[in-house]
Design a protein around this ligand. Structure first.
Ligand SMILES: [Zn+2]
Length: 241
């Protein structure tokens, strides 16, 4: 598996109900179970790169992603995804973190999880230029100004979720071999997992309306004044919606 595209998504999080499920019928129940599933700013969305607004976004910086994450790392089938959580040293934030881009603060790694399909022509939550990838990985980060994930969930700037699309190919990506060998992260094994009586697959939410939101795409430009003129005010609460 190799990654294809990187995008940045911000949302305040979703609370999971006991009879949570990804069938179309059960997805219709989400808004009844959790208010955070309602509103005009839901994900996932369909993205057209041709109509995205070009923006000279500063580089997103990754700290600690080249090191081994603090052990032990818990891996669980939580009934709707596979979730990985690195150990968090009490009273310290020594895990991987991101900053830069248009982020107002540092954001600390909290967990990873995945969305995948029963077949290779589906599985990702977001769709780019009408392509739905076989898998999407979400890395959840918590704003450093909040001590816990539960506290961060109550604020519109509480979480940053980085989404990576994963594509299957015949030859393994050697860069991922240590991870694949340790975790046995093969697509076929994801598809054997179960949630209750059902196979855990096609665990992606149906596309949500974009409404009045805008989609920005990073563009590398030689003229520094472009960035100055196009800078977004991220302290404006409207940016986060
Ligand atoms: Zn997700």
């Amino acid at each position: 598996m190799i990654f294809s595209v990187l995008l940045l998504i911000l949302f305040p999080g979703v609370t999971v109900a006991d009879h949570f499920g990804y069938s179309l019928e059960l997805q219709k129940e989400w808004t009844k179970q959790s208010a955070s599933c309602e509103g005009k700013n839901q994900s996932p969305i369909s993205i057209s790169t041709a109509s995205a607004i070009p923006l000279a976004i500063p580089a997103l910086e990754f700290v600690g992603y080249h090191n081994l994450l603090p052990r032990p790392i818990s891996i669980s089938n939580n009934g709707h995804s596979v979730e990985l959580k690195p150990y968090r040293v009490p009273a310290q934030d020594n895990t991987a973190q991101i900053f830069g881009g248009l982020l107002p603060n540092k954001y600390h790694l909290e967990s990873f999880h995945f969305h995948w399909g029963r077949k290779n022509n589906r599985g990702s939550e977001h769709v780019i230029d009408s392509v739905r990838f076989p898998m999407e990985m979400h890395i959840i980060h918590r704003n450093e100004k909040y001590d816990t994930i539960n506290e961060a969930l109550n604020h519109s700037d509480g979480l940053v979720v980085l989404a990576f699309f994963l594509q299957t190919r015949e030859k393994d990506n050697s860069a991922l071999r240590p991870i694949l060998e340790e975790l046995q992260f093969l697509m076929s094994q994801f598809r054997t997992l179960t949630s209750g009586t059902h196979h855990l697959q096609d665990n992606y939410r149906r596309l949500q309306p974009l409404n009045e939101r805008k989609i920005y795409a990073k563009r590398v430009v030689a003229d520094a004044s472009y960035f100055k003129n196009s800078f977004l005010n991220v302290s404006d609460p409207a940016f986060w919606h």
